[in-house]
Ligand binder design. Structure first.
Ligand code: ASP
Length: 599
């Protein structure tokens, strides 16, 4: 045994005992005759003191120690002298008086100090990820992630789920991204695709009679690079037979409540989670990922705004556009610089401009508003009455700042929902201790793709339309609502699920609506359609992002903080330097010739 005690363990009660510890030299301090080191292992730090009085040999050797060397120390736990205690350290009342030191390994000079307090640039952290992960904070996150998965396993096992691995080398399983592909050596010219999710596989498992499946599944999506996207992510993937929407939601609600309670006992969480239809979510928040930790809900003021003399408003209303906004409490005193800055922000989200109406706090009430209480670039076109009406509709109070955007409904919603989140961030409105889950359900089944000029599935093509919408599947696809829902939390999408189609004919109708040819259908989905003809049970399930969940529990913004070996934003692994060219021989074996793009 290299050690019988962990560095973070000894307390005063251990004083007098003989122990052996092993770990990394965190810091060394020479105090004349005495040499101190802080020894670190995953449990914490322990101060070790080398006194030549107890072992000259150990003391001499300790003089050569450097940061991150790996050592084994034997000695006696002693209580520190009064005044020498370190209250910031759990082991700070004691130290180890060393009698024996063994150097197990040396380290070259570390690229950065292993400490939570040191700021290191992102690329260096990933290049030396094995060092970065030594930091206590990263160790804590790795453990948290494990704990979350452990609870998932426990809970789902109790509920009768079976964990089943599905293949990584498979065929395209479209989830709206490009596939990562792997060339086959033994079948020249043929490729596997890495699963974008195990969607078809888990549905096949339902046809197989598994009834309750889950997997902590890796999903691979070759998407355009965006902030906080990873080429591969992990999700809790599950599927259930003989269930309705509520049954699936209940499983997640119970599981997620348990995860939050067990891993973050100080965090507020209330179940059942609020439920909003997609339409309601868009109306109130302008997004299908609402952050429910703060108010500032959106209001449509198209009609009222159109009664003003403002040309922009009149033109927008008469051309079928939308005028919406929200009121920011207490920001009625914003100056020019601040409102200009918000206008810039709105423009960066695509808005033509931003109209603000600032209400002076000296007004006794909205009813008592007078001309002098109002500031707005459109002031000369807005009568006091119109402002009062808009303020009432928006629920504004004197002292508030109303932010208004005009445009197509889609654009207005995008701009305002971004602006709402931005204002909440700037004003620190969201309680960081709160985890606000919500369900958004009744999503439309299809979205119109302006570029491709055709309907695309809003999620994926396997979700079931509502029975009452079947009749106009072909004639008005945009109006069809599905048994399709998302779990959202603090403004992020946490996962999505649906009740699936389990009928071959209906599934084929959906493929047709999104324009797949017969060949494409049989090539990509033939296996599923065939399986459906052998008695497929009604079924439904979800895919829930694990990385985002752990990030929220850990209070981290970026998912790369909770992935042991993540890629950079440009999909590169700086540690392995992946992706990288392969040997000519490998290309030859794979019958592949590389044609470099002309730059
Ligand atoms: N396969 C879906 C996804 O990865 C989730 C699901 O519908 O179960 O988003």
């Amino acid at each position: 045994m290299y050690k019988d005690t962990n560095c973070g363990e000894p307390r005063e009660s251990a004083a007098g005992s003989q122990i052996t510890v092993a770990g990394w030299v965190h810091r060394r301090r020479d105090h004349g005759n005495l040499i101190f080191i802080d020894l670190r292992d995953r449990s914490g730090l322990l101060q070790v003191v080398f006194n030549p009085k107890y072992s000259e040999k150990a003391h001499d050797l300790a003089g050569s120690l450097r940061s991150e060397w790996v050592v084994q120390v034997t000695g006696k736990v002693v209580t520190r002298l009064p005044g020498a205690e370190n209250p910031d350290l759990p082991t700070g009342m004691v130290e180890l008086s060393a009698t024996d030191l063994v150097i197990l390994n040396r380290s070259v000079t570390p690229p950065f100090e292993v400490s939570d307090e040191v700021e290191v640039d992102a690329n260096t952290r990933l290049k030396y990820r094995f060092m970065d992960l030594r930091r206590p904070r990263m160790q804590e996150i790795l453990k948290l992630r494990h704990e979350v998965i452990h609870i998932m396993w426990d809970y789902l096992t109790d509920k009768g789920f079976t964990q089943i691995e599905t293949p990584i080398l498979i065929k395209s399983t479209p989830e709206g991204a490009r596939d990562y592909v792997v060339p086959s050596r033994v079948h020249p010219g043929n490729f596997y695709a890495l699963p974008q999710s195990p969607q078809q596989l888990k549905q096949l498992l339902m046809v197989s009679g598994v009834e309750r499946y889950f997997q902590i599944a890796r999903c691979f999506r070759d998407e355009d690079l965006r902030t906080d996207r990873q080429p591969e992510h992990t999700q809790l993937d599950f599927e259930m037979s003989f269930v309705h929407q509520d049954d699936v939601m209940t499983i997640v609600e119970e599981l997620y409540t348990r995860i939050v309670k067990e891993t973050s006992p100080d965090t507020e969480i209330s179940a059942p989670f609020p439920r909003l239809t997609y339409a309601e979510s868009m109306e109130r928040f302008g997004t299908d990922k609402p952050d429910l930790r703060f108010g500032m809900e959106l209001t449509t003021i198209t009609e009222t705004a159109a009664t003003s003399d403002a040309q922009v408003f009149q033109a927008m209303a008469s051309s079928g556009g939308s005028i919406r906004g929200f009121s920011v409490p207490g920001c009625g005193d914003y100056g020019r610089r601040q409102t200009d800055n918000l206008t810039e922000f709105a423009k960066s989200s695509g808005a033509q401009g931003l109209v603000f109406i600032a209400l002076d706090e000296s007004a006794a009430s909205i009813d008592a508003l007078e001309n002098d209480h109002i500031r707005s670039p459109l002031k000369k076109f807005l009568s006091v009455d119109v402002v009062k009406k808009i303020a009432t509709e928006m629920g504004a109070e004197p002292g508030d700042l109303m932010l208004i955007v005009a445009g197509t409904e889609k654009l207005v919603n995008t701009v305002l929902s971004n602006l709402r989140n931005e204002m909440a961030k700037r004003l620190e409105m969201a309680d960081p201790k709160q985890i606000a889950f919500a369900w958004v359900y009744d999503f439309p089944l299809f979205e119109w793709d302006e570029e491709l000029k055709k309907y695309e599935p809003a999620h994926h093509v396997f979700s079931s339309p509502k029975a009452e919408h079947m009749d106009y599947l072909e004639t008005n696809p945009g109006k069809v609502i599905g048994f399709l829902w998302d779990l959202v939390c603090n403004g992020s999408e946490m996962g999505s699920g649906s009740i699936r189609i389990h009928d071959k004919d209906l599934q084929t109708r959906l493929f047709n609506i999104i324009g797949y040819t017969e060949d494409q259908i049989s090539d990509r989905f033939g296996q599923l359609l065939t399986a459906f003809t052998y008695g497929a049970p009604p079924h439904g399930g979800m895919g829930l992002g694990l990385d985002r969940l752990v990030a929220i529990l850990a209070g981290e913004d970026a998912i790369r903080e909770v992935i042991a070996f993540p890629k950079t934003q440009s999909a590169v692994d700086p540690l392995f330097e992946a992706p990288s060219p392969i040997e000519d021989q490998q290309l030859e074996d794979l019958h592949i010739r590389v044609v470099m793009p002309k730059s």
